[in-house]
Design a protein around this ligand. Structure first.
Ligand code: DGP
Length: 112
């Protein structure tokens, strides 16, 4: 499968790793939208949030544990945002489930 995030997860494409374990990897986004902008992905290929179900949702819970850990490590004590764009209208450009962890600035709401 020609998936750029699968290649990052396997180490085939090098990246700046922020966190890694057997289930997930987190790395800096190449197009940062905030002073801290980390992508957290499952190593298993899941195309988007729309494909989450009973059999694969445990990794999503784990990703949120990792997001909280990274936020603490990065000193985002003032707050942070976690976003997963799902599908065309949300602007998903990489079709491998990923969560954007962003912090270090103020955010507006609703997001544009
Ligand atoms: P989204 O638009 O929600 O699908 O977000 C995809 C993000 O992935 C976007 O912010 C840019 C980032 N990205 C795309 N290709 C690469 C890559 O090869 N390496 C890294 N580190 N980030 C990438």
């Amino acid at each position: 499968m020609d998936c750029i995030f699968c290649k990052i997860a396997s180490g085939e494409i090098p990246t700046t790793v922020v966190y890694e374990d057997d289930k997930v990897i987190a790395f800096n986004d190449t197009d940062p939208q905030a002073p801290v902008h980390v992508l957290i992905i499952p190593k298993e290929h899941i195309a988007s949030m729309a494909e989450i179900n009973e059999s694969n949702s445990a990794v999503v819970a784990h990703i949120f544990e990792v997001a909280a850990l990274i936020a603490r490590e990065k000193g985002l004590d003032n707050g942070f945002r976690v976003v997963s764009n799902c599908g065309e209208s949300a602007g998903q450009s990489v079709h491998h489930l990923h969560f954007h962890l962003m912090g270090g600035r103020d955010f507006g709401w609703p997001a544009g």
